[in-house]
Write a protein that binds this ligand. Structure first.
Ligand code: SF4
Length: 214
């Protein structure tokens, strides 16, 4: 077994013991609502997104209602979220594309998802894994940072990190691995000030080991 595969086995066993059934912290009831919440979550916190979507989904639960809005009308509803003007344009155009091309349903395949405005590789993988139960490992800023610090990946981009992680982790664990690494990044392995002294992974973390040797 390669060193990184072995490390992945140890790291995810530890994280699984701490949190056997990790789930997204975004609130949603349908694939469309998850798509909206995930698009809104870029450069924003899940807590802030949930606050906005609680009201938004009460008023507009379905893609057809988003499609009937102008981007300016939607922007007014989500203006407490970063980049709200761009996100509102993407969501209105995506809702219209769903109605025109997919009968108003979110498609469950990567290529169709990537053709929707505002939906990149990370968002598409989040939707596949969390809305459809299709194995996918979304790499956001937390997953990218934590995976590369620990040494599960040695990559310069999220896409390369995804390729490396999916080559050493069994498909059945991709969705859970995504959640575990996000939660670890959000609560322990912060970007500027990682809490290594409280981290259960430090004996297996390249960043901690090289820092300790200095
Ligand atoms: S030991 Fe430090 S750098 Fe490594 S995963 Fe834990 S918090 Fe992050």
């Amino acid at each position: 077994m390669s060193r990184r595969k072995e490390k992945a086995k140890i790291v995810f066993t530890i994280l699984e013991e701490q949190n056997p059934h990790p789930v997204t912290e975004l609130n949603f009831e349908t694939p469309w609502q998850l798509l909206v919440a995930t698009v809104l979550s870029a450069q924003s916190t899940d807590k802030q997104v949930n606050k906005v979507t609680t009201l938004l989904f009460d008023k507009y639960p379905y893609p057809a209602q988003f499609a009937a809005l102008t981007p300016e009308e939607l922007a007014e509803e989500i203006k407490s979220i970063g980049l709200f003007r761009t996100k509102s344009k993407h969501l209105v155009v995506s809702a219209r594309a769903l109605l025109e091309r997919h009968g108003g349903e979110v498609p469950a395949d990567l290529v169709s998802l990537l053709s929707l405005p505002g939906v990149g590789q990370k968002t598409a993988n989040v939707i596949l894994a969390n809305a459809f139960g299709i194995p996918a490992l979304a790499v956001d800023t937390h997953v990218f940072r934590v995976a590369n610090r620990i040494g599960l990946a040695k990559a310069k981009t999220p896409v390369a990190t995804e390729e490396q992680l999916t080559s050493i982790i069994g498909r059945e664990l991709w969705a859970d691995a995504h959640h575990w690494l996000i939660l670890h990044g959000r609560y322990i392995c912060h970007a500027r000030n990682p809490h290594c002294s409280q981290c259960s992974l430090r004996e297996h973390c390249d960043y901690f080991q090289s820092y300790r040797k200095k």
